[in-house]
Write a protein that binds this ligand. Structure first.
Ligand code: ADP
Ligand code: MG
Length: 671
């Protein structure tokens, strides 16, 4: 406590910090899993100072290392870093200081342990403790595996008896077990806390891919939803969305295809507020410390729930209400398969490279020529071989052959990846409180498990992209039939229930599920995921059972059934009224009569926006001078077919008509 004030200048501990620090000061090994921003660093820093001597901190990113080291140095603590971006003299100085016992903290990147003689140098002194930041990187079951973390376990013994502290913001039960096993933690104290985020409203919306860009533009046009981060599944999509957004407010793309300087500039501009939206691939995130992000959008399905949670966790660090939106559709499955194939190349390709390896050290370049593979594919394959023990790479990048058992472990891992994606799919299909599902996924056992009250499941009316409509008479009739089917039994499997009520198979499964979901929301039934075994395979099914409320349901009951009806086509106001209209226009009406959007209208708006962006670029004008947002929307809504009709659109004066009329009419005429 004294140290907390005197050294770290914090008035009090945050939740859990004190207990963690106490265990660490006592010299216990520990596993700390708390969300980003919850103050994990203090949990190794304070004990390090309390115990005296040097703490070794292992960190995967130079930026993270620099940031922590600078903060500690500013507090007057003696800190050194060792990483590849430093010159020799500075590296040597750090080692000298360490050996003289003059350091309180030494930060290193894990690959440093591969340098001959370095681990031995470290072992010359007794460490106060060893902190392993972002410890999930050690586990191939995690979502952010780093091969260099792999060998940490092998080095721990020589650095003992110092206690080992593993810290991470993201570790499922499997990853936690893996961290403990690989680092050989001895009877570690475990702290797994704080995964519930009270101020995040999670919304999951089925959205066809072509509609996503328009939906994002409309959503973020509302200043209350910015600053925002949009995660896009591909670089190309990130570019496209960023370009469309940039016509309405400062926005930029961020992905691994941009050079380091550009990326840094984008990150800094976002941090400072100059950029209001960043459209990123997963490369954007670690190290972002911006408190007022109001919205995080996923323009495609994430690969893992861990990654997803990390990304939505960047919203609302300031504790104010924030919203996260996940758009998905069947098409995401295919995108995901593509990435899976790219990230987990076929075993045959790995075999081909493996066969080229031997006792002799061979450079990557030589290997590339002999395998006739492009650089990217080869380095991916090598990475996999190294992880699974089929190849060894030394610090200079020379490769030799490893052990034979790699095939099996590689197969298991690829399988695991596929299962992780299935979990994401189940998350999107589930009818349980979104936050509860996530908290459970992370094994936060102290969480009470109460519904969050703000996600699209708990509060459908609060959703901004998803629309609910009242059940039709036929749907209510079917709901009553479901109640009657369930009344005499404990439960029924969802599939059996549907087949019983619809023997001819006329109902689409999606429609039936939507009705079941609506009934869950109305508190009439409960759905529980369950499994059974058949032919040696685990199969999943859903148990549906009546609740108390469901038992009381009669034809005359005034229960409101709200059915999920896809995505709204405008930024909804809180008090939107949803009505069902006919045919394709069944999207509903939101926020007043004039805001009627149809799918076609949205498509036209997207086209007009793309045209406007190109035109603005060509003329060197800001986009609003080509067409104001309001005018653009009015055009998309009314779709004028003649100059006469177009004149009637607000904002289309004679000058605009003269200049752009023909091009716009052309766009409006396209199907
Ligand atoms: P994590 O590693 O868990 O993501 P950090 O350790 O980087 O989080 O801490 C996040 C922020 O919280 C930092 O700015 C840190 O200074 C601050 N912080 C940590 N502990 C306290 C505390 N007890 N009181 C006030 N601020 C704290
Ligand atoms: Mg941290």
């Amino acid at each position: 406590m004294t140290l907390l004030r005197a050294v770290f200048h914090f008035p009090s501990f945050r939740a859990n910090q004190e207990a963690v620090c106490r265990a660490a000061v006592e010299g216990r090994d520990l596993l700390l899993v708390m969300p980003t921003g919850s103050g994990k660093s203090l949990c190794y820093q304070l004990p390090a100072v309390a115990r005296g001597g040097t703490a070794l901190v292992i960190s995967p990113l130079i930026a993270l290392m620099e940031d922590q080291a600078a903060k500690l140095a500013a507090m007057g603590l003696r800190v050194a870093r060792i990483h590849s971006a430093m010159d020799r003299a500075a590296l040597r100085q750090a080692c000298v200081d360490y050996l003289k016992g003059e350091l309180q903290f030494l930060f290193i990147a894990p690959e440093r342990l591969r340098v001959t003689g370095f681990p031995e140098m470290l072992a010359k002194r007794r460490l106060a403790l060893i902190a392993i930041d972002e410890a999930h990187c050690i586990s191939q079951w995690g979502h952010d595996f780093r091969p260099d973390y792999r060998m940490l376990g092998a080095h721990m013994e020589a650095l003992r008896p110092a206690p080992v502290l593993a810290l991470t913001a993201t570790a499922t039960a499997v990853v936690q077990a893996d961290i403990v096993a690989q680092l050989k933690l001895v009877n570690p104290a475990r702290f797994i806390h704080g995964f519930r985020r009270e101020n995040l409203a999670i919304e999951v919306v089925e959205t066809p891919v072509p509609e996503r860009m328009g939906a994002i533009c409309r959503l973020l046009a509302d200043a209350a939803h910015r600053p925002a981060i949009v995660y896009a599944p591909s670089r190309r999509m990130a570019e496209q969305i960023a370009e469309a957004l940039a016509t309405q407010h400062p926005a930029a793309a961020y992905h691994a295809g941009l050079d380091a300087e550009t990326r840094e500039r984008v990150q800094a501009a976002f941090q400072s507020g100059a950029l209001e939206v960043v459209v990123a691939t997963i490369a954007f995130g670690m190290g972002i410390d911006k408190a007022d992000v109001r919205t995080v959008v996923h323009a495609g399905m994430p690969a893992t729930l861990e990654g997803y949670y990390q990304e939505i966790g960047r919203a609302g660090r300031d504790g104010k209400p924030s919203r996260t939106l996940l758009m998905h559709s069947y098409a995401d499955q295919r995108t995901h398969d593509f990435f899976l194939n790219r990230d987990y190349p076929p075993v045959g390709d790995l075999k081909r490279v493996y066969r080229l390896l031997g006792e002799r050290r061979i450079s990557e370049e030589e290997l590339r020529q002999r395998s006739k593979m492009d650089e990217e594919s080869l380095s991916k394959i090598l990475e996999k071989l190294v992880i699974h023990g089929g190849a060894k790479v030394d610090f200079e990048g020379h490769v030799t052959r490893g052990a034979t058992g790699w095939k099996k472990s590689y197969g298991v891992q690829a399988q695991h990846r596929a299962e992780q994606f299935e979990k994401v799919q189940r998350f999107t299909e589930s009818s349980e409180c979104r936050m509860v599902e996530l908290v459970r996924h992370f094994g936060d056992e102290e969480d009470g498990g109460h519904a969050c009250g703000v996600c699209d499941v708990c509060d459908p009316a609060g959703a901004v992209l998803k629309v609910f409509r009242r059940a039709t008479a036929a749907e209510r009739e079917l709901a009553l039939a479901i109640v009657e089917e369930l009344r005499p039994v404990e439960y029924k499997a969802a599939g059996t229930l549907q087949r019983g009520l619809d023997p001819a198979g006329r109902l689409l499964r999606g429609d039936f599920d939507a009705l079941l979901e609506a009934m869950t929301r109305a508190g009439l039934v409960e759905i529980e995921e369950a499994t059974y075994e058949k032919d040696g395979k685990v199969r999943r099914f859903r148990k549906v059972r009546l609740t108390e409320r469901g038992l009381e349901m009669r034809r005359s009951s005034a229960v409101e059934l709200l059915i999920a009806d896809g995505m709204v086509q405008a930024v909804a106001s809180r008090d939107h009224k949803v009505e069902r209209t006919e045919g394709k226009k069944r999207r509903g009406r939101i926020g007043g009569a004039e805001a009627e959007w149809t799918t076609e209208g949205a498509a036209l708006a997207a086209k007009l926006k793309a045209w406007r962006a190109a035109e603005a670029k060509r003329l060197g004008l800001p986009a609003y001078m080509v067409l104001h947002d309001r005018t653009l929307e009015a055009l998309a809504r009314t779709r004028p077919r003649s100059p006469r009709e177009m004149q009637g659109v607000d904002g289309m004066g004679p000058a605009k008509m003269e200049r752009f009329g023909a091009a716009i009419l052309d766009l409006c005429g396209q199907k």
